[in-house]
Design a protein around this ligand. Structure first.
Ligand SMILES: Cc1cc2nc3c(=O)[nH]c(=O)nc-3n(C[C@H](O)[C@H](O)[C@H](O)COP(=O)(O)OP(=O)(O)OC[C@H]3O[C@@H](n4cnc5c(N)ncnc54)[C@H](O)[C@@H]3O)c2cc1C
Length: 104
């Protein structure tokens, strides 16, 4: 079956739907993206992107658009809910780029 013959329908313009649509469109497929919500809006306070996600966004040409409006965290700290004492810390920033090849 030649998938390039007709458009591919994708239901949902979330991260998965938008990523699939971009990836398919870059490979020459026609894509029709359907979203049931009237408008796309943020849910929650922010989105932390791991290196596997930023690697894909880079390949799709989206990372350079996000970089100016994103904040690069220097570390993830796990703290005690009772004392707020630090239990563990995972360094991010440049260390994450060196370790995983892309920013987190
Ligand atoms: C509060 C909160 C904080 C989070 N923080 C993080 C984070 O920091 N880092 C991280 O990586 N992940 C985070 N996540 C998880 C992340 O948001 C989800 O894993 C991701 O959004 C899932 O993407 P998705 O495209 O699969 O689904 P969704 O984002 O849910 O998108 C699905 C879309 O499909 C639409 N849809 C559904 N059915 C139909 C239909 N029949 N026809 C048309 N449209 C339809 C919906 O309206 C929706 O827009 C968080 C989630 C929440 C709730």
């Amino acid at each position: 079956m030649d998938l390039r013959a007709g458009p591919i329908a994708i239901a949902g313009a979330g991260i998965a739907g938008l990523t699939a649509a971009l990836a398919l469109a870059q490979r020459g497929f026609q894509v029709r993206l359907f979203e049931r919500s009237d408008r796309l809006e943020e849910v929650g306070a922010g989105l932390q992107l791991s290196p596997n996600a930023t690697r894909l966004l880079d390949r799709l040409g989206v990372l350079s658009i996000l970089k100016p409006i994103a904040v690069r965290a220097e570390a993830v700290e796990i703290r005690s809910a009772r004392t707020l004492g630090r239990l563990a810390s995972v360094p991010l920033g440049e260390k994450a780029v060196r370790r995983w090849g892309r920013p987190i």
